[in-house]
Ligand binder design. Structure first.
Ligand SMILES: [Fe+2]
Ligand SMILES: [Fe+2]
Ligand SMILES: [Fe+2]
Length: 413
């Protein structure tokens, strides 16, 4: 049984990216479409290269989660936008099969005349993406004439933009690319060009989830913790392997909607105000909007009910015991254990007793299922071992990415 439909993963990612900022809605897909047409105009026959560059175009702004930078991105002349370029590049390089091609994203806003030292291929495709990106912003945000855009490109030719990529753009423009950017069928077709294997699909999806978890040191291992705790607790409960896998993938998707929650709320130290709490709670509804129709229904429900409580005090639906299946109740337990025990490196994690005391308190309040908590208690160490094991390399990657982030950024500003 296919739990997450591979052919729908790009749709799922597209919806997720669209939640980062309303002004960037479908920006990635549009740049993908232009990029594909520029490559066709260039006579590119290499299917693998077309796929790589299409995916890079779709994901090029995955690092843009800071509102201040987005304010700059949607202007035609942008000022400093290195942060999202560096951040996106590091994630793509680290977690996807794109490897060094990710440098195209690193330089997607770099001026042509600053790129002499880069390898020819990177320079060439980064410039195509730069041109495609600015043309899409012109179309969506600046909203002046195509002739004005052409004058801008002429003025920047050889300095900001490579003459070659301007030529390719002009070719697309002549064949009516501006009108295709407004056509939902053309955008869907651009997205559906790339077929992902199920392994690739999981890699790209995990990468997007990590950009959310990696926003703060405290949440680096959260999703992977829920996945591993959920899986191993489910096995100890004696669930069939099929249900165990649904729990595992439900856990993978459960907080995906946080991509649409402002970082100021997500990372706020201390208590949230009632307004901020309401915003934070929207992450479940947003997860629902992202995954709708892209994963099997049982898995979707497991993902979307992780904050529901047996006594009806949970959210977003305020469901109660009779509505909640055992796997759904289990994920709620796994989420809490991960939040309590995986929020720091495992040497500083909450001791088992303290974590179990919280779970039993919640059972007494009528919030959690005591049968599940009891299995958690019996096999606590066995369940936590694989979760800690999976989280340690991620913490190392986190430290490495942030060290590199600072040094790459410093070398470009
Ligand atoms: Fe960008
Ligand atoms: Fe959540
Ligand atoms: Fe969570």
């Amino acid at each position: 049984m296919e739990i997450i439909h591979s052919h729908k993963v790009l749709t799922l990612i597209r919806r997720g990216l669209n939640l980062i900022d309303r002004r960037l809605a479908d920006h990635g897909v549009k740049v993908m479409l232009v990029m594909q047409e520029m490559l066709a105009a260039d006579g590119c026959q290499d299917e693998e290269l077309k796929k790589i560059l299409g995916l890079l175009a779709l994901l090029h702004d995955v690092g843009a989660y800071r509102t201040e930078e987005i304010d700059n991105l949607v202007k035609f002349e942008m000022g400093n936008v290195w942060e999202h370029s560096v951040y996106g590049y590091l994630f793509l390089r680290e977690f996807t099969p794109l490897g060094q091609w990710a440098e195209v994203v690193l330089y997607h806003h770099a001026d042509y005349n600053t790129m002499e030292e880069q390898p020819e291929q990177i320079r060439r495709y980064a410039q195509m993406m730069h041109t495609a990106d600015r043309a899409v912003i012109w179309h969506d945000e600046v909203k002046r004439t195509e002739e004005d855009l052409d004058r801008h490109f002429s003025k920047g030719s050889g300095i900001v933009f490579s003459p070659e990529s301007i030529d390719l753009w002009r070719h697309c423009q002549k064949s009516g690319i501006f009108s295709r950017l407004d056509d939902p069928h053309c955008l869907d077709a651009a997205l559906n060009c790339s077929r992902l294997s199920s392994q690739e699909a999981t890699a790209y999806l995990s990468m997007v989830i990590r950009t959310i978890d990696f926003r703060s040191r405290v949440t680096v291992a959260h999703t992977v913790g829920v996945m591993e705790i959920g899986l191993h607790l489910a096995r100890k409960m004696g669930f069939s392997e099929e249900i165990c896998q649904q729990i595992y993938y439900g856990a993978m998707l459960h907080d995906l909607g946080k991509i649409g929650i402002p970082v100021s709320v997500l990372e706020k130290p201390g208590r949230l105000t009632p307004e901020e709490t309401a915003i934070m709670r929207q992450h479940v509804t947003l997860s629902g909007q992202i995954i709708e129709g892209c994963v099997d229904q049982t898995t979707a429900r497991i993902a979307l009910r992780h904050h529901e409580k047996l006594n009806g005090s949970g959210y977003p639906q305020g469901l109660s015991a009779e509505d909640l299946s055992l796997p759904e109740r289990l994920l709620a337990v796994a989420d809490i254990v991960s939040a309590l025990c995986m929020s720091r490196s495992y040497k500083e994690a909450w001791p088992k007793e303290r974590c179990l005391a919280v779970l039993w308190d919640m059972c007494r309040e009528g919030e959690l299922d005591s049968r599940i908590v009891s299995v958690m208690e019996t096999f606590f160490d066995e369940i936590m071992a694989p979760a800690n094991e999976a989280s340690e390399p991620l913490r190392d990657v986190y430290e490495r990415i942030y060290t590199e982030y600072r040094s790459v950024l410093k070398s470009h500003i």
